[in-house]
Write a protein that binds this ligand. Structure first.
Ligand code: NOJ
Ligand code: MG
Length: 528
């Protein structure tokens, strides 16, 4: 473990800048706000922050529609503010990662404005323009994320453009070498300013089939349950071989400045496809997001089986990672309930690999219900019930007005329940979710075996998920009860004689553990 990279040892904390801290009272979080709250992150004990996009944007998709890749949107501050944040973070030993959105720009990006203006514009080919099929209609049957045709008719020049997300998020044409270079240059711009890496947005959507073959239907589609685009198997427009090849080039760009920069990537494809993004000989994405915990049924046997399959599927030298929450998924505390959210936190922070922690999950924040009619997220209108505002509500810092988040009117409500879960309310409480996170993060720092040690599953039944972490000298037992009823686990020899180091439920620290470990309902423990 001595030679592990910082992003292998560390924990990455996702900041959704609109909702972290507002410094100027406009109700929207900003960079000076993040700077002012860096102490929270060092106190908590994370190692890096990844910022969802802060670039100039019309905000149709709250920053994932970028109109200038090398600037900072005034709502978030200035380029100087970002530079200052990076210096301050580095001064505290925190790395800073930016979100990089290569698949699409805003339709107000000058590139698209030029591309859209005429068929002869030199930038026409920077996006994906096609004629209707013979006989009329969109060139292929491909669906966009919200379930209708991925092709959008554009009257002025009489062609369709391709966009996998909103109308105002046209896909770039990554087959065009000028696009590749222009986008790689945006990475270089930020690397030169000291950015430690990037989370790549929607990577699998990058390249589409150039022969425009139609997708087959998905025989396993569950209407109402699955996202509407899943009606078809997106084999020709998602996760194309050309995309995988491009990741090696992205990696080369970040490696130009040294070997300590990291690429994370959002994929959202099945396990076998996800692990392909590590690339040959580790030359691709170092952290291809493992999204299983975002949607897995909360079932001990199922999760144990997935951990085995995932670890077995990793190519040689690949480093695992785990994502428990993000700005696109319901909050873990709402999915699993508050008691199991604590168990999930213990799982996230003791599994082998890099944990990615979403802002506010350390407080046990829950989704704030926002009716579709009042939603700000456009997805709520396009796919009713799937809006993402509930998991994007502002951080509650204290009991003051605006929850200490803003002196103005917050862009989304903080929610009564979440206000009671503020940082100030939890900081001094030994039994709080926040304290549990801090203790687990400290334990990781103190016990290298939890970070770099082997993972060995422990035989368990029912709701118990158990494993050992460590090496031959020192092994730690993690035992998690994923159900509400008390249960027990036969402790494998190496851990017998250990003590409870942390429990998700209070009142057990230091307890000696013998041959049988009693677990209360909803309890997880680390024994060592
Ligand atoms: C994934 C991002 O996480 C999500 O918030 C966004 O809407 C889409 N990609 C499009 O950029
Ligand atoms: Mg694309």
């Amino acid at each position: 473990m001595g030679d592990a990279a910082w992003w292998q040892r560390g924990v990455i904390y996702q900041i959704y800048p609109r909702s972290f801290m507002d410094s100027d009272g406009d109700g929207v979080g900003d960079l000076p706000g993040i700077l002012a709250r860096l102490d929270h992150l060092t106190w908590l004990g994370v190692d890096a922050l990844w910022l969802s996009p802060v670039h100039p944007s019309p905000m149709d998709d709250f920053g994932y529609d970028i109109s200038d890749y090398t600037g900072v949107d005034p709502v978030f501050g200035t380029l100087d503010d970002l530079d200052r944040l990076v210096v301050a973070a580095h001064g505290r030993g925190l790395r800073v990662l930016l979100d990089w959105v290569p698949n699409h720009t805003s339709d107000r990006h000058p590139w698209f404005q030029a591309s859209r203006a005429s068929r002869d514009d030199p930038k026409r080919d920077w996006y994906i323009w096609r004629d209707p099929r013979p006989g009329g209609g969109p060139p292929t049957n491909w669906l966009r994320y919200v379930g209708d045709s991925a092709w959008r008719w554009d009257e002025p020049t009489g062609q369709y453009y391709y966009r996998v997300f909103l109308d105002s998020q046209p896909d770039l044409n990554w087959r065009n070498p000028q696009v590749q270079e222009a986008m790689f240059d945006t990475l270089r711009f930020w690397l030169a300013r000291g950015i430690d890496g990037f989370r790549i947005d929607a990577l699998v959507a990058l390249v589409e089939d150039d022969r425009l073959r139609d997708n087959p239907p998905n025989p396993r589609y569950r209407p109402g349950e699955d996202f509407p685009y899943m009606r078809e198997l997106s084999v020709w427009n998602i996760d194309r071989p050309e995309t995988r090849e491009l990741t090696a080039r992205m990696r080369k760009v970040v490696d130009e400045v040294g070997d300590d920069r990291v690429l994370l990537a959002e994929l959202g494809v099945p396990l076998e496809q996800t692990v392909a993004y590590y690339g040959g000989a580790g030359g691709g994405i170092q952290v291809p997001f493992n999204f299983e915990l975002l949607s897995a049924a909360w079932d001990a046997r199922g999760i144990a089986g997935y951990i085995d399959r995932y670890l077995a599927a990793l190519p040689a030298g690949a480093w695992p990672n785990w994502v428990l929450g993000n700005h696109d998924s319901p909050r873990v505390a709402s999915r699993l309930g508050p008691a199991q959210a604590r168990v999930a936190a213990m799982l996230l922070l003791t599994l082998p690999g890099t944990p990615i922690l979403y802002q506010g999950d350390e407080l046990g924040l829950e989704d704030v219900p926002i009716p579709d009619e009042e939603a700000l997220d456009p997805i709520a209108r396009l796919v009713p019930g799937r809006g993402r505002d509930p998991e994007r509500t502002p951080m509650p810092w204290d009991a003051g007005p605006g929850g200490g988040f803003t002196s103005g009117r917050p862009w989304l409500p903080l929610g009564e329940g979440n206000l009671a879960r503020s940082v100030a309310a939890q900081r001094g409480d030994p039994a709080s979710m926040l304290t549990l996170h801090r203790r687990l993060l400290r334990l990781r720092r103190r016990v290298p075996a939890l970070v770099g040690g082997r993972y060995e599953p422990v035989e368990a039944a029912g709701d118990v998920l158990a494993f050992l972490r460590g090496d031959d000298d020192q092994r730690y037992l993690v035992a998690l009860n994923l159900g509400p009823d008390p249960t027990r686990l036969a402790v494998p020899d190496p851990a017998a004689g250990g003590r409870v180091l942390v429990s998700t439920r209070p009142g057990r620290d230091g307890e000696a553990v013998g041959g049988v470990l009693e677990l209360r309902g909803d309890e997880g423990v680390v024994v060592g």
